[in-house]
Design a protein around this ligand. Structure first.
Ligand code: SF4
Ligand code: SF4
Length: 372
């Protein structure tokens, strides 16, 4: 769930801290947020959690474990009767514990964002050099400065996902509007940092990306993954920027008449992204996209469909959960489509009877004359 920045003169860290302190005062300790939480194990009370979330208080071991096990799925937020953001409170706890965070968390940020050490700078350069050699076709989009264009496609770090890039560029070319591309680990959206409580690094990333968006002069920004989508939403909100931000699928649906009419004879389950909670428009576009090509199987709302990327599997339970999730999907459909690239890359490693596809595959296959 997105943070609510009210004062643009404050840093991101100060804004979140202010928000969390206020929400702790407003909390009625009804416990609803923990009741719906898929990783809460009853080893502490809501009162203990709130106390630990205060800026200067100690964080007991059980709450430390919970803090890093949290999925950042945001399922707790609509459960709150007074509209508080427990997920942001957990981000704040992660900020408090950032010097003790698990290695898996640190590893994920090692290549992305601000070069905070000489070693990180060298590693980033080696990573970029290696990837440019490996994928020369898209090298011009890696760590680039975008040219001026009406539409800016922003894949961020996913510029290094070659198959997705190949499909996306083919789709953008098929639509035919002029576009430029902004991709690379130096252009990370900052959401991975924000979700880890690294607020200063997140703000640095967002400022860097925002400068590049301004430079491109684009009136529409189209994102490859839904974390980037949420990050750009936050940037625009903070800067009062009227530019449009669309998911790739929203963008394609705006141009749906450019695609051949293809109907598939099997239903497709849509994996609802946790990031939809801030945008019903993105979710509506995703459902409409599946309906454009097939019948959309709506997920059981009682299930938490989070791909669990953002606890970096510190609990070592994500694989078993993914098997369970795909098995539950398999009862309804043999294909599950992911709108969010993070969900796709997180789920697409398991041998399964259910085929995991990207939602953009439906559009890509239509122009290639293929069926999934
Ligand atoms: S974001 Fe998800 S995992 Fe984290 S506290 Fe809320 S419901 Fe639990
Ligand atoms: S649901 Fe809201 S009010 Fe209830 S304990 Fe959680 S944060 Fe507090």
């Amino acid at each position: 769930m997105i943070v609510m920045i009210k004062n643009t003169h404050q840093s991101l860290r100060e804004s979140i801290s202010t928000q969390v302190q206020q929400e702790l005062v407003d909390c009625t300790e009804c416990n609803n947020c923990l009741t719906v939480c898929p990783v809460y194990d009853s080893s502490f009370s809501i009162n203990e959690l709130n106390t630990a979330t205060q800026p200067d208080s100690e964080v007991p071991a059980s709450i430390q474990r919970f803090t890093f096990a949290c999925l950042q799925c945001g399922y707790c937020v609509p459960a709150c009767p007074v509209h508080l953001h427990r997920d942001v409170m957990i981000q704040y706890l992660r900020y408090k514990l950032r010097l003790n965070k698990p290695w898996r968390y640190k590893r994920y940020l090692f290549i992305r964002g601000k070069p905070t050490s000489f070693l990180k700078k060298i590693m980033q350069q080696c990573f970029v050099w290696y990837k440019k050699m490996l994928y020369p076709k898209h090298a011009r989009f890696m760590e680039n400065t975008p040219t001026k264009a009406e539409v800016l496609f922003y894949p961020g770090c996913y510029v290094y996902s070659p198959k997705t890039m190949e499909k996306t560029i083919a789709l953008l070319d098929h639509v035919g509007e002029t576009y430029s591309v902004l991709g690379g680990v130096h252009h990370c959206c900052g959401m991975p940092h924000l979700l880890q409580g690294e607020f200063d690094q997140a703000e640095h990333c967002m400022n860097q990306v925002y400068q590049q968006i301004q430079r491109s002069n684009a009136h529409t920004v189209v994102t490859g993954c839904l974390e980037c989508y949420q990050a750009v939403q936050l940037m625009f909100k903070q800067k009062n920027d009227p530019r449009r931000i669309l998911t790739m699928v929203e963008y394609l649906m705006n141009h749906k008449h450019a695609f051949p009419t293809v109907r598939l004879d099997h239903p497709i389950a849509l994996l609802p992204s946790c990031r939809y909670k801030d945008s019903s428009k993105a979710q509506e576009a995703a459902v409409a996209a599946v309906e454009q090509f097939s019948t959309c199987v709506h997920p059981d709302p009682k299930l938490n469909w989070c791909c669990r990327k953002w606890n970096h599997d510190v609990t070592h339970t994500n694989k078993a959960y993914h098997q369970q999730l795909l098995s539950a999907i398999g009862d309804q459909s043999k294909i599950v489509a992911c709108d969010c690239l993070t969900c796709y890359e997180t789920l697409n490693y398991l041998p399964s009877a259910v085929q995991v596809i990207e939602l953009i595959d439906l559009f890509y296959n239509a122009i290639q004359g293929e069926k999934p």
